[in-house]
Design a protein around this ligand. Sequence first.
Ligand code: ADP
Length: 744
Amino acid sequence: MRSARSEALAAFHDISARMVGSLDLDETLGAIARAATDVLAADIGAIFLQDAEPGLVLRGVFGARSTAWRGLRLDADRGLNWTAFRTRRAARVDDCQSLVESDATLSSRQVIVEEPVRSAMAVPVPRRAALVGTIGVYRRFVEPFDEEDEFLLNLLSQQAGIALDNAFAYGELGATRDRLEALIETTDAIWRQSSFEEVAQRVVDDASRLLPNVACLVGVVPPDRPHQLVFVAGTPGWAAEQLGTVHDLRETRIANRVLIGGEPIESHSFSQASPLATSMTRGTAIDTARLIPLGEPLPDGRTRLGVLGYYRPGRRPFSDDERLVMDEFGKRVSIALHRAELLRLTESTKARLETAVEVAADLSESLDPSEVIRRVLVRAVEVGRADRGVLLRVDGEDTVVEDFHDLTDLEDIIGYRHPIALQPLMREAVTSRQAVIGGRYDVSKILSPLEGSLAAVRHTATIPLILDGEVTAVMVLSRREDSPFVASDLALFQLIGNQAVLALRNARLFAQAQAVTRAQSDFLNMAAHELRTPLSVIAGYVSMMEDGTLGEAPRHWKAPLETLRSKSAELETLISELLIASRLEAGTIPFQAGEMDLRDAAFAAIERVQPRASLLGARIVDRFPPEPVVVMADPDQVGRILDNLLNNALSYSSGPPRVTVTVHADEPRVEVRDRGRGVTAEQRERIFERFYRIDDPSLPHVPGTGLGLYISRQLASRMGGRLTLERTVRGKGSTFTLRLPPVL
Ligand code: ADP
């Protein structure tokens, strides 16, 4: 034994080098137990470390046989190791049996009896200025340790202290590295994952992994409910059960203080901190809690985005290291929350714009002002989750109800007049020109029977509708349930309001324009009829004078009579075009649509215009396909259109006109092409307007009304076809195309 010991002594440095060679804590502990056994020529070596609770716990053993060692925990105040720990010096026992005999409840009793161990020695293990545990060496026989052994074991223990220090430091380094990695990962996750809930859950998962026995909960203050706290992420068990629960901030004293003060608060009697804390921690031993504020105060009235809470059983303060990690996680969650808020904001702005576009599309579908108002109200009520929407016209100092949309059947309030000054909400909206959120209107100022239904209103949003800088109308949305309108709703209402104003203006302008058009066409109709009678009398007399019914006309009357006849013919055309135009507008032109061959129509039109063409020395070429080109149209009206196109082609030419009429079978159409004056790009569409004529003084005057192309295009479209000026080059010619619906 002794020789083995000197060998061991000789190898002391090797052993201790091995002992401090590893950086893994468990390996180091095992190496210490083994080195102690070897150096002290003992049978068993063990190392105990101080536990969180008073006492020592076995962390490494060498040479042991009995299972009694497993999980061995040495109570405080008793036994060999505890004595060494408490007195900070070596303690020796010659025969452990005496210990067992003197203390029947000794915690190492079973080891001593079962292993069995007889002679034993223990020394404290120092770590920096403090002690961390003890090393115990044991012999199976009574072979007491001496002072030299004590010296050696103390020496070893110093080395062990250093080895442990390294291993601990390394372990801490590892934990710090893990933490850093986790933090980096969470930060990454924050940018990868779009949902705040996912990130928050991830953070609490990481937090509970890095802070064992600590539960973690994330509560946020919803943007539309700044007085509430909603738990959105939590772990483990009891904390996870809190998910989705909503609380009034007044129930959560500590959280509320953290939100307002912006500083972390730690409580060691959390279960009594507030009614909410008591109910949350019921059934757990949780009493230690640290709550950290998330984010900065927000412009929408929220003091913070939320609170991050850490909880653990008992009343033990968190260590500085733990707090550091907690605060760090707090920062991460804040970033995630801010980002989620940004995303939400973008999403809601997108959604808002989409709604606005939808509303605009919906509103623009109607040009009837009262229908537009109706649609505005229906949309606003729907989008604003309101019960009722009322549109009031501003009329001087009063508002007058134009229309309303109500989800329940309330009394008719259209036409109700009320002074703006009597309603503070209305007055504010009209004078500030901004949407206003508020409670119900002042019922006492409102006449029966309205006060009944208004009394049920809980919340209102009043949106001024501004046109050309004036508040022309006001829209009031109301809710009967207790859910206030929030600032973020207003932007959308205002957007709808603006659309509404524009749609209304368009509708009103359109209605006015329609009224003017109607008056015009009434006038045209009347004028044409009134002109026609005297004209037919004039024409009648002219022809009687020409044919001698009224006696032989003097020779020199011949030229003036011819002029009279041609002028009355022009007038006749003018009157008949005026009549057709007014009938078109009144919708009283009869259409007799049927199947017809476009070639026949084109051929007949050329025939009709031929005498005039001959007079002008014009050439008309036709290009017809061999097979019929059947369309569904009224032959009289098609004839009228073609007459007009051919006459124009002959009229607006310089020199003898050359006209080509082509009928196409594919996509049935007639093309009338001339080599005449052409028109400019700017005139291209205008020539289809009523009374539009081009008066070019450098060209010979052509009599006309400016109604021909207008009437032709109207007729074409009434038959489901289209008349277009396909090509035109000033001075080179034009091609007009008449398309008509094919027979399917
Ligand atoms: P009107 O012929 O009675 O003036 P239209 O509506 O038929 O009325 O034509 C409007 C104007 O378009 C004409 O004044 C003329 O200047 C121009 N226009 C019509 N057809 C042609 C054409 N084939 N070539 C050049 N200009 C034309």
